[in-house]
Design a protein around this ligand. Sequence first.
Ligand code: NAP
Length: 210
Amino acid sequence: MHIGIIGAGHVGSTLARSFVVAGHDVAVANSRAPETLHDLETSLGRHAHAMTAREAADYGDMVVLATPFGHYHDLPAGGLDGKTIVDVENYLPGRDGHIAALDEGWTTSSELVQEHLRGGRVVKAFNAMRWDHLRDYGHEAGALERYGIPLSGDDAAAKREVADIIEQLGFEPVNAGSLAEGGRKHQPGSDVYAADLWAEEMRARIGVTA
Ligand SMILES: NC(=O)c1ccc[n+]([C@@H]2O[C@H](COP(=O)([O-])OP(=O)(O)OC[C@H]3O[C@@H](n4cnc5c(N)ncnc54)[C@H](OP(=O)(O)O)[C@@H]3O)[C@@H](O)[C@H]2O)c1
């Protein structure tokens, strides 16, 4: 699969490497010119390409958003219609500035992203584990226990695609529900955020029964 990754910092570059190892082709983008990603592109090998954010969005069958959440309005809305969009971002007011609707719990950060990228199918995932643990904690398929990665979204097919990618990286997907409900269950401040839980414990804390 072609995966576009917008944001090539700690999480974006970590996921880029994991996706390449899993057999995918990636495009990586930052806020500057693609030339500034030359070292990363070279280290990832011939299945990785540095591009602008707009080009990476066009390139990806799936597009990963891995920028600071405060920049979500800059994300290229056009060209993402119908695509699965993986929202790795977290709302951190100290970094992103205060947004009243989030501070007061009327909505979630991923719902705001979904509103901005109207035609895309947003799935919140990979947000609740530190980048270096995402890099190191994946286990072989068939391992007795695997770490849980919660995901939430409003489009069942998009969630299945992201669940499949989570499995390919050696983690176990834990379906937390819709963006509105499930997103709250794995955002910063929730019971599972940065907790590094085995999948069974993750399911119990999130309240997954099936
Ligand atoms: N760090 C973690 O362990 C972790 C874990 C899970 C989720 N997250 C979340 O994932 C997101 C990224 O975190 P991070 O730690 O990887 O951040 P980071 O290391 O600071 O990297 C941010 C990346 O986003 C790029 N960027 C910023 N604004 C952009 C824009 N308008 N268009 C395109 N690219 C843009 C930056 O490009 P430049 O270098 O050109 O500025 C940089 O490549 C955050 O929302 C964070 O809360 C982080």
